[in-house]
Design a protein around this ligand. Structure first.
Ligand SMILES: Cc1cn([C@H]2C[C@H](O)[C@@H](COP(=O)(O)OP(=O)(O)OP(=O)(O)O)O2)c(=O)[nH]c1=O
Length: 629
């Protein structure tokens, strides 16, 4: 999604971010900007005393970072970038400029200076427009800066050292990261929060508006904008209402190194032949033309979606993130050697993962992003590796038959895996030890991630016993007993599952209040409990089976017993994309479907449950609680 329409102006340009900062990459890509990352090699050693103000230093460093990359990329026979963006963040306190700490002692010195005080964070940003003539790089440089004031609480020595030992300060100006643990040090922030994190997005968007939609001179005094104006506002002003102004020789004063004339070829804005600075035709405002010229970014994202998924799946399968865990950097060749793959293929995979922000790339090589360390490394606490392997090995082949699934209205196990499913779980998930463990791993990893949300969406402290039907490895049960000290939980699942749960139990945690019982909830007796839980179970089955199961549970319940469901609830208004795609997922692989809140409510009331309450989290699972009347 592109919130700032002016970002679309950059869609057809080769945009390069001259920064290794993962924060800057994240901020700009979340704003919908498409860009390549080429970290600058400029050494941040300008003489600070030669600048009249700290922000001058930050802007100059940002400029040098961007120009170094622009020059390096101006290689004969290659297309140079159109736009290079550089940034530099500094912290200033007591007249001193603080950059990234050199070591822990330096971090301590910086944090001690900031302790209990208000300081300023400046980010200087440079936008360099590039063109190349006879292999000579020509540049136009625009700079600006943003200041944010931050107040630190009074912090104890112990806390400062604990924070320093977390390792977070080392790659951050002033020795703290407000967006993570460092947020705990901060009492208040005045100004743009993202500016502290490394990139003043709001000011950047305003600057783009200035650059790409310059208001004509006589409009300047009418137009006051505090926030980013819509494209239309400025197109109307510059192209229609004041259409003739683009024909004139209008001089626009901009902050930065340049003031230029919109009438001069190669200058900013639109020239006499209706081209913008990059020499490309200017978008017209008229409805038809506009819809023809606007770039369908959403569609491009969808076109690329499956490639991005598969790149992540393959990197996980080849254990790339495991290999890079805890390593400063590895070159593509070293990664290729370890995973027994070609160097050229590995390099492309690593570069794609870098573009997807799963890896970081510097001159020394590739390393994991925080996201990859946390979720893609196979043995991390909240690893999604198991779920991703299930997506790659099971869901992906099924989705290649989506067209048949849609035409036939049935799952595609027979096409994807060559066998008809009489018994869904037995035939598709548990037919071999390998598939069984893969499926259990997948359910375990997704449940670990979501269990706390499920367990705490409602206060369940009135229940003394719970039975988690289809509770698999007991990942939810483990969180339930932590949250509710008086609750005992029975995990009920097929014998195939229960006999393999031991490998998934946590070490060093008291699990004596969890019991594992095997059985088939359609055929066998279900254990008695005050609270029954069906997490991601109902969506697997057709209505007749669901009715049979709910009726069986309802018969076991006494008045006041509870039933807790966790599913993705379909909602026309919220249009939760994951839930609707999950519904297709259910079509290709099961006999079930996702349902709306209305459908769940009817279903539950039909079986004697009342007080149906739904917490729609909008993330992976929504939670429903009801009581037997
Ligand atoms: C104060 C503060 C800084 N920072 C970061 C932003 C920047 O990445 C970093 C300041 O260092 P910079 O030199 O501005 O940037 P960088 O070295 O990370 O990347 P490059 O030079 O390649 O552009 O500090 C935070 O992430 N959180 C904070 O709260």
């Amino acid at each position: 999604m592109v919130l700032c329409p002016v970002i679309r102006k950059l869609v057809s340009k080769r945009v390069v971010l001259a920064s290794a900062s993962p924060r800057r990459q994240e901020i700009l890509s979340s704003a919908g900007l498409r860009f390549e990352v080429v970290p600058s090699r400029f050494k941040e050693t300008l003489d600070k005393t030669s600048f009249s103000a700290p922000y001058e230093y930050a802007m100059e460093t940002a400029k040098q970072k961007a120009l170094e990359v622009a020059n390096r990329m101006n290689v004969k026979d290659f297309r140079p970038p159109d736009v290079v963006i550089g940034a530099d963040t500094i912290v200033t306190v007591d007249g001193l400029i603080l950059e990234k700490p050199a070591d822990k002692q330096d971090a301590y010195n910086m944090l001690s200076r900031l302790n209990g005080k208000v300081h300023s964070v400046f980010t200087g940003v440079t936008i360099v427009h590039c063109s190349s003539k006879d292999n000579q790089l020509q540049t136009e440089v625009f700079k600006f800066y943003e200041e944010t004031k931050v107040k630190f609480s009074d912090l104890s020595e112990e806390l400062l050292w604990e924070y320093i030992h977390s390792g977070e300060p080392m790659d951050k100006a002033g020795g703290y990261g407000i967006q993570s643990l460092g947020g705990m040090l901060v009492e208040y922030v005045h100004g743009d929060f993202l500016n502290v994190v490394g990139f003043p997005l709001n000011h950047f968007c305003k600057k783009l508006v200035e650059l790409y939609y310059p208001p004509p001179r006589d409009a300047i005094h009418h137009v006051k904008y505090d926030s980013v104006p819509s494209v239309e506002t400025f197109e109307v002003l510059s192209d229609e209402e004041h259409g003739s102004s683009t024909q004139g020789n209008l001089t626009i004063k901009l902050e930065g190194d340049n003031a230029f004339s919109s009438g001069a070829p190669g200058s900013l804005g639109k020239n006499k032949i209706g081209q913008d600075v990059m020499g490309e035709p200017v978008e017209k405002c008229s409805g038809d033309m506009e819809s023809l010229t606007k770039f369908p970014s959403t569609l491009v994202e969808l076109l690329d979606g499956f490639k991005a998924s598969k790149a992540m799946f393959v990197a996980c399968k080849l254990k790339v993130f495991d290999l890079l865990k805890g390593k400063a950097h590895l070159k593509a060749k070293d990664v290729a050697d370890h995973i027994s793959a070609s160097v050229c293929g590995t390099e492309r995979l690593l570069d794609s993962c870098t573009a997807l922000q799963l890896l970081k790339k510097t001159n020394q090589g590739y390393s994991n992003t925080e996201l990859a360390d946390k979720y893609l490394v196979s043995d991390s606490e909240y690893s999604l590796h198991g779920y991703i392997m299930h997506a790659n090995d099971h869901v992906w082949p099924l989705f290649t038959h989506l067209e048949s699934a849609v035409k036939e209205g049935t799952n595609q196990n027979h096409r994807a895996f060559g066998k008809n499913t009489q018994d869904l779980f037995q035939d598709s998930y548990y037919h071999s030890m390998e598939t069984k463990l893969r499926f259990m791993n997948a359910m375990h990893s997704i449940m670990k991630l979501t269990a706390r949300g499920v367990a705490t969406a409602f206060d369940l402290s009135r229940f003394r016993s719970a039975c988690d039907l289809g509770g698999c490895t007991g990942a939810l049960a483990q969180v339930l007993i932590q949250e509710y000290p008086h609750l005992k939980v029975t995990v009920f699942d097929l014998p195939d599952v229960i006999e393999n749960v031991s490998g998934f139990q946590p070490t060093g945690q008291d699990t004596s209040r969890i019991t594992f019982t095997s059985g088939d909830f359609f055929k066998d007796n279900i254990p008695e409990a005050d609270l029954y839980i069906l997490s991601r179970v109902l969506h697997d089955w057709p209505d007749d089976k669901i009715n049979a199961l709910l009726s069986k549970i309802s018969d076991l319940c006494t008045p006041g017993s509870g039933l807790l469901l966790s599913e993705m609830v379909l909602d026309d208004k919220k249009r939760n994309r994951s839930a609707w795609l999950q519904s297709l997922n259910m079509l290709v692989q099961t006999e079930g479907k996702e349902r709306s809140s209305y459908e769940y409510r009817c279903l539950l009331e039909q079986h004697g449950f009342r007080n149906v309450e739904i917490v729609q989290t909008g993330s992976l699972l929504d939670i429903i609680l009801c009581t037997k009347c």
